[in-house]
Ligand binder design. Sequence first.
Ligand SMILES: *Cc1c(COP(=O)(O)O)cnc(C)c1O
Length: 442
Amino acid sequence: MKKNNPSLPFLKNMQLLDLSKLVFDNSRAFAQKMDEEDPLAIYKEHFNFPIDKEGKKSIYFCGNSLGIQPKTAQKEVDKVMDQWKNAAVKGHFDKENAWVPFHLTLKEMMSKIVGAHASEVTIMNTLSVNLHLMLTSFYRPTGKRTKILVEPDIFPSDRYALESHLHWHGYNIKDHLIHIPKAEYQENLRKGDIKKIIDEQGDEIALIMLGGVNYYTGQILNIREITEWGHEKGCTVGFDLAHAAGNIPLNLHDDGVDFAVWCTYKYLNSGPGSIAGAFVHEKHGSDQSIPKFKGWWGHNAEIRFGMREDFDPMPGIESWQISCQPILSLAPVKAALEIFDQAGMKALRNKSILLTGYLEFLLAELNNKKIKIITPNLQLERGCQLSILIEEGDKSIYNKLIEQGIVVDWRNPNVIRVAPTPLYNGFEEVFTFVQALKMILN
Ligand SMILES: *Cc1c(COP(=O)(O)O)cnc(C)c1O
């Protein structure tokens, strides 16, 4: 097979890149050349980087935990502060930046990121709260269909939420929260195991609730396939996209997912505890037989302030909104989503495939038997994150990286999660990180 040097300007090539057809080169000069030719490198300038102890910009590979600050975030927050100061209550309907429809442009931008219609997406609450609201509506056990299927190493908050709904419905957790089995000595889930448990127990599963990208291993699950398998068996299918939104392209509408939730402070760079996203598929959006917790912000906006007794729902997911929107908290979300809107998920994904492929290549070149990448080695099965297990490693590795101004994430007992993001990371940063790791491990 003919291999090409990947220095082609990847923005022009809107086909998704195929990593197996590319070759990398283990030199700093190569990394610098990649950065020079990177059409997305300009976006680095849109962000404030944390400063290391020498006053230099850190190399920040922790966007899977908390994204860094867009430079425009401050301006958007100030705008709302000024409006509040100068217009007070009139701010709700100000000519510019009005608060009542404030979330509408955010819905528009967010729907492109997750592959949905704007009417299927809203920004409200935070992730775990949205998960509870969705479970209220979409975990509806009947007859012998009572179980919830999850992945084995489900994120704790998701587990607590699911367990509390089982409890609320009076089911014991042991028999009703069931896990996809994980093969011995395997970090990642196998397609066959997912299909098998849905085929075998689907008649008893009310809800399949999985992470689109696993927070620990970085493995992508095939949303379309799993949704299809679940629906064939009559199960409802929901996804937690905390590690997927802004990381990989998504097609929630076409994939037929019933509902999804995600936060905006990880890859979406909207600030600590920022307001989260939620998706309800169009096929359920106007179904008023679905039980939900209601509030006035789910009521028809045209006559919301008429203070009527009867609930006249907004169309689509907006009928799940409860309270008035926290505009100050939405302001940085706006700043962050505008950057995604300009860069576009397709171009970002292409750069991401290259950047993470390059990281994987350099780690392999180290030829160090102690290093084991637990993230899948196929580009279709991972986003930007690589989870690196270091045999006999301890947290001093992480501490030394931090000391050198390289911010990564440590998971006990011995895993480093590294997430080079295509928006604000570059190839030379990846090169520098691998050099630093090499020195530390020697
Ligand atoms: C980050 C994350 C959360 C966090 O939930 P919050 O309600 O935003 O605190 C939940 N689930 C998963 C899978 C996550 O990765």
